[in-house]
Design a protein around this ligand. Structure first.
Ligand code: GDP
Ligand code: IMO
Ligand code: MG
Length: 422
């Protein structure tokens, strides 16, 4: 065991938080590498639950390092609140670090997002796109390292950017923001974060050299990746395996385990094509059974059958070495379970994922029907303990994907898992 990487294979919310928390026991460092507080990762230990937006899903392990990598865009207020909540609940953050190179989300990013992209894409309105845009355009961005500047210097820097943003806002007709209020809030939040800011690339590479075990935690999922997802209905970061290197500074050749997380069916929040989506009663039933409501925004998630065309593409671009199948318990009680194995597109059968959203929107799923099982499987802890039909479902997927399903999750709790001994 050395460096392992966890990525979502669908449209996010696959249960990455649960699997990271589960795996974290065997790792010394848990490192988030992309996204921002658009993510919502649920971790549960006993009767305790956290819904984490920025902190890595290792907070139940005070003795392990938890790192926010340079690839994130961080809302200082959200992070400050999350730190407060974790500390209030008596979990130490003595070993938490925030990369000095992580970019900051400011009030104007959220306002911009809420005005434009949220309508077209159905974003979380957290300011993710505008903050990554400022990072890419390099002129008016703020990073965590700026919070280390003397207060007057920082205030001036924010003031300069705020006045530029105000000009943009009036040109676009967006309602004004109070620059003084933004600056004061930012300075207050920054005081909280300063003790955690570090040049994390060096410490992570020292850890690699010292053969420490490192777990890299992705946010969102492959279909939301800005390059490989269903553009433009995607997020603004790379959510695929390559981002684990750019978003942390850990080199590619040190990663030896790539775990793709897939839900036993498919969900999506926000707009964009979704070939296996179920409308009406069937979709509602799946949503209720799986409690499919957004962790970050509370929006109902769109639900549908498992799509192997998506999963095969995701396994390919991520170089997945093993998968974890989550929420299998949610499918219990169905007479029949459908799995999409190919698409019909403009009269031809295809098994390669269509990269253009216009094509994807025209793709008609071709299903294979598998027998369901009636038994509640949330108490199962071994593959042998599963009903034959559930074992057949796993076998079918594994066979089609050509990647081993090593972990099966049968409930939200840590122990509700079928996993090989570590
Ligand atoms: P993430 O964004 O990938 O970390 O996933 P979320 O936390 O946003 O959403 C997954 C939801 O499913 C959370 O409410 C989890 O507690 C829950 N969950 C995770 N694994 C399972 C499982 O195997 N079965 C059930 N029923 N719920 C699960
Ligand atoms: P986790 O890490 C599910 C979706 C939004 C929207 C699109 C763009 O919990 O899996 P953004 O605010 O990022 O600009 O929105 O991406 N989205 C997610 N959907 N899980 C997430 O994160 C998501 N993060 C963003 O709903 O469709
Ligand atoms: Mg989530």
């Amino acid at each position: 065991m050395a460096v392992a990487l966890i990525v979502g294979l669908q449209w996010g919310d696959e249960g990455k938080g649960k699997i990271v928390d589960l795996f974290a026991r065997d790792y010394d460092y848990i490192v988030r590498f992309n996204g921002g507080d658009n993510a919502g990762h649920t971790v549960i230990k006993g009767n305790e639950e956290f819904k984490l937006h920025l902190l890595p899903s290792g907070i139940f392990y005070p003795e392990k390092f938890k790192v926010i990598g340079n690839g994130l865009v961080v809302n200082p207020e959200t992070l400050g609140r999350e730190i407060d909540e974790v500390e209030k609940r008596n979990y130490s953050l003595a070993k938490f670090l925030l990369s000095s190179d992580a970019h900051l989300i400011m009030k104007w990013h959220q306002l911009m997002d809420g005005t434009f992209a949220s309508k077209k894409i159905g974003t979380t309105k957290k300011g993710i796109g505008p903050a990554y845009s400022d990072k890419a355009s390099r002129t008016f961005a703020l990073r965590a390292c700026d919070l280390l500047l003397p207060e007057e210097e920082l205030r001036k820097k924010i003031e300069t950017i705020a006045s530029h943003e105000k000009t943009l806002f009036s040109a676009f007709g967006i309602p004004e923001f109070d620059a003084k209020e933004v600056i004061d809030t930012m300075l207050q939040a920054s005081r909280k974060l300063v003790p955690y800011i570090a040049d994390t690339q060096f410490m992570l590479n020292r850890a690699v050299r010292d053969k420490k075990n490192i777990l890299l935690e992705g946010a969102q999922g492959t279909m939301l990746d800005i390059d490989h997802g269903t553009f433009p209905y995607v997020t603004s970061s790379n959510a695929t395996a390559g981002a684990a290197c750019t978003g942390t500074g850990i080199p590619p050749n040190s990663i030896d385990r790539i775990v793709g997380i897939a839900k036993a069916y498919t969900t999506r929040v926000g707009k964009g094509p979704f070939p296996t989506e179920l409308q009406g009663k069937e979709g509602n039933a799946l949503r209720t059974a799986g409690n499919e409501f957004g962790t970050t925004t509370g929006r109902p998630r769109r639900c549908g059958w498992l799509d192997l065309v998506v999963l095969k593409f995701a396994c390919m671009v991520n170089g997945v070495t093993e998968t974890a199948l989550t929420k299998l318990d949610v499918l219990s009680g169905l007479d029949e379970i459908k799995v999409c194995t190919s698409y019909q597109l403009d009269g031809s059968g295809i098994s390669d994922f269509p990269l253009q959203p216009e094509k994807l929107a025209r793709a008609v799923p071709v299903y294979e029907n598998l027998k369901g099982w009636k038994k509640d499987i949330s108490g199962c802890r071994t593959m042998e303990g599963l009903p034959q039909e559930a074992a057949d479902y796993i076998g079918f997927l594994q066979n089609k994907l050509g990647v081993p399903i090593k972990t099966v999750s049968v409930g939200p709790k840590r122990e509700q898992t079928i996993a090989p001994p570590s």
